[in-house]
Every structure is written in structure tokens, then in C-alpha cells.
Design a protein around this ligand. Structure first.
Ligand SMILES: [Zn+2]
Length: 397
């Protein structure tokens, strides 16, 4: 799949579960959508009518217990955050999300079933360039003792989240990552919603969270975790908070090039930060993948000069990176990658460059080889190995 292109789903896939607030069964169907459509909710009415609504900040009508979308016609669908997190996290740009009830089904309280549905539906490239909202200057919001901030970060979307609960079983947890589809799947998608037993009881008594149970929530009382199966990650709570951030930030309408930091945050804060960003017209702009990457690769350009005619436009994507430990390891991975990509290289006259780990500066840069068709070399950057592909004109394929 070409990482600079927009993506959608190849086919429709349905999942069925219960709404966490209504407790009623709902079927959700993910499906393809056209270029620039974004994420569109379609709600089938009891009279056979259908209402559609794009998942964007302007359509958020409540963030009290979950994120609810609606318009002048009233609320359309609630608890949208986990399915949106899965779509954005897995690198989908355009999709329809049909629901036959007022809520997205809660499934197991995480995004795992939505990720599985996206896998079954298959992510496919479209013909248009992917577009991003690039954060140009920091925007922050304070709500009581909660703080949220979006700041410029040119190489993708980064989340830095800290939670601080009185309950000692949760306590203080923090987690930060550059979100890629692989890391989203592995580190975030299975983290479940969590809560305190006394809050759940209070919600039940006021008619909310009727579908909440130990099957779809991690629940603590003052002394212990009530779920017999235990936690999926030791820090499952903060990871779930990042999952929620992914879903809330998906309401930007396009993927973000920026870093989001929150301390003691939640849906309300996330929504307020995004609203503040859009209110400041000088704080953001829409860019296409290629220009975004060129900026990200600025530091690499001088190194590329001479290998690809001096016009390097890096087309690296997060999906072509591996974490590395030692130079020996990245060397062998580089060789594997080059031999695996050899056919594609020859066919498309690619230049493959690998960027591998060194801690700081460009001092450990080293050329490891070149030939008539493919010039390639590698050096380290922030402990990760990246392949950068450019064609003979120095442009992404
Ligand atoms: Zn959540």
C-alpha cells in the first residue's frame, strides 16, 4: 500500500454487540467511502429513513460520558470514540460507519473488534494524496487540574498522556508514543474502558451504562480489580486514555501532524483542545503527504545529495520502520529489507535508503553501498530503522 495515498476499506464488514448506555443490541457495518469523504456515520431509522453525518468536531453535541454526534435533527449516534480510534489508528482515511441504533456497540470495551473488522474489510489505497492537518503553533486548554495541548510535530501523530487517580490501583500512569498502525494495534487497540464500581453503581441508578459489565470494562473497587481475568497491560488505563485520544482527535476530520499531550484529561478536554485549534486560523493548515514528508526529511536532504541527483523527497512511512537495538541488528535487517524489496527496486528504479539507530547527531552516518540502479545508504536516527524509498527523480513512487 502506498503510504502517501488516501485509503478506504475494500468491502463491508458488520459487527454486532450491545450499546454500553442503552444495553440494547446494535449492528455496526464498516464500509468503503469515496476520496475526501472522511468518516461518515449512517444511522438507519425505524421508519426506513437514513441520516448521515460526518464525524467532525462541529458535530459533537455531548462529551459527558461518551462522545455523541448530532445536528439540528438531534443526536445521531453516541460512543463513537473507539471505532473512530480504530479507523484512524489503522491508517484508514475514508469509511462509512452504519449503525442501526443510537450507539456504537461497546464490544469488549476496547478497539480490538473494530481492528479485526478493519482487517477483514481490508485497507486499500485510493488515487488521491493523503491530506493532513498540520499543527503550526501550540494550542493549549486548562480545565481545573487537567491540561491538554497540541503542538507542532512534523513526523506524524504523537500522543503523550498522563493520568493521576486517587485509587492506588490506578494511581499515576503515563505513556507516550508516535502512533503508527503497528503500534496502535499492538500497544493501544486492546486496552479496555475502565471505571470505579461506585461510579458504575451511580450511573446505573440514573439509567446510564446499563450495558456496562465486567465483559466490557475494567472495574476497580477501593481494594481490588474486580475482573477475574486481570489486566491486559499493567498500564491498561493510560493506554485506554490514548485510545480515547485517538478517537477524539479523529474528529479533526483529517489525520493530524502534531503532538498531543494531556494530563488528567478526558473526552471533554480533548474536544476543547481540538476546538481551540480550529478557532485559531493561524495555528493549523491542511497539507498533503508529500510536502509533510519533505519537511520531515529536511535533515536528510544533504545526506541524500549525490546519491539521487540531489533531489531527495523522502517517502518513508511509519509502516516501514522497525525498532532496533544494535548496529549488527539493523545491518542484517537492512540487508533483508533490500533483498525483499529488490524486485520492486529494479521495477520502479527506486533508491532505497535506510536510516538506522544512533543516539544523537549525524556522526555515525555511514554509507553501506550503492549500485547503478539503486543507491542506498544508511545511518541512524533515534533508535529506529527506516527505509526511505525514492525513484530516480528523487520522488516517492
Ligand atoms: Zn474509551
Amino acid at each position: 500500500m502506498k503510504s502517501n495515498r488516501q485509503t478506504t476499506l475494500r468491502r463491508q464488514v458488520a459487527v454486532t454487540g450491545d450499546g454500553v448506555h442503552s444495553g440494547l443490541p446494535v449492528t455496526l457495518t464498516l464500509g468503503p467511502a469515496s476520496i475526501d469523504a472522511g468518516f461518515v456515520f449512517v444511522r438507519s431509522g425505524s421508519d426506513g429513513s437514513e441520516r448521515e453525518l460526518r464525524a467532525i468536531t462541529r458535530h459533537v453535541i455531548s462529551t459527558e460520558l461518551a462522545t455523541v454526534l448530532g445536528d439540528r435533527g438531534g443526536p445521531l449516534v453516541g460512543t463513537v470514540e473507539h471505532v473512530l480510534a480504530a479507523l484512524r489508528g489503522m491508517g484508514v482515511d475514508n469509511a462509512t460507519i452504519e449503525v442501526d441504533g443510537p450507539e456504537v456497540p461497546v464490544m469488549d470495551g476496547s478497539a480490538a473488534d473494530f481492528v479485526a473488522a478493519i482487517d477483514r474489510a481490508e485497507v486499500v489505497s485510493q488515487s488521491a494524496q493523503r491530506r493532513f492537518i498540520e499543527v503550526l503553533r501550540p494550542v493549549s486548554v486548562t480545565m481545573g487540574n487537567a491540561v491538554g495541548e497540541l503542538r507542532p510535530y512534523s513526523s506524524g501523530f504523537r500522543a503523550e498522556v498522563e493520568i493521576d487517580f486517587e485509587n492506588p490501583l490506578i494511581g499515576r500512569q503515563s505513556y507516550a508514543l508516535d502512533v503508527t498502525p503497528a503500534r496502535f494495534r499492538r500497544e493501544l487497540s486492546r486496552a479496555r474502558t475502565f471505571g470505579m464500581m461506585r461510579d458504575v453503581k451511580r450511573l446505573w441508578s440514573s439509567g446510564f451504562a446499563l450495558g456496562a459489565s465486567l465483559k466490557n470494562s475494567v472495574v476497580f473497587d477501593d481494594e481490588r480489580l474486580l475482573n477475574n481475568e486481570g489486566l491486559r497491560y499493567a498500564d491498561e488505563c493510560v493506554r485506554h486514555k490514548i485510545l480515547d485520544v485517538m478517537g477524539d482527535m479523529a474528529l479533526a476530520g483529517l489525520p493530524l501532524l502534531g503532538a498531543y499531550r494531556s494530563i488528567r484529561g478526558g473526552h471533554k478536554l480533548n474536544h476543547a483542545v481540538l476546538t481551540a485549534l480550529f478557532a485559531d486560523r493561524g495555528a493549523w493548515r491542511v497539507v498533503e503527504r508529500q510536502s509533510a514528508h519533505r519537511r520531515a526529511a529536511r535533515g536528510l536532504v544533504d545526506v541524500g545529495v549525490g546519491l539521487a541527483g540531489g533531489r531527495i523527497a523522502a517517502a518513508y512511512g511509519p509502516d516501514v520502520s522497525w525498532a532496533i537495538e544494535e548496529s549488527f541488528f539493523w545491518r542484517s535487517r537492512l540487508c533483508q529489507a533490500l533483498s525483499a524489496g529488490g524486485g520492486a527496486c529494479a521495477r520502479q528504479a527506486l533508491t532505497i535508503m535506510a536510516v538506522a539507530g544512533f543516539a544523537a547527531g549525524m556522526g555515525d552516518r555511514r554509507s553501506v553501498g550503492s549500485d547503478a540502479v539503486c543507491g542506498w545508504f544508511c545511518w541512524g536516527l533515534a533508535g529506529r530503522l527506516r527505509l526511505i524509498c525514492v525513484d530516480e527523480r528523487g520522488l516517492p513512487p
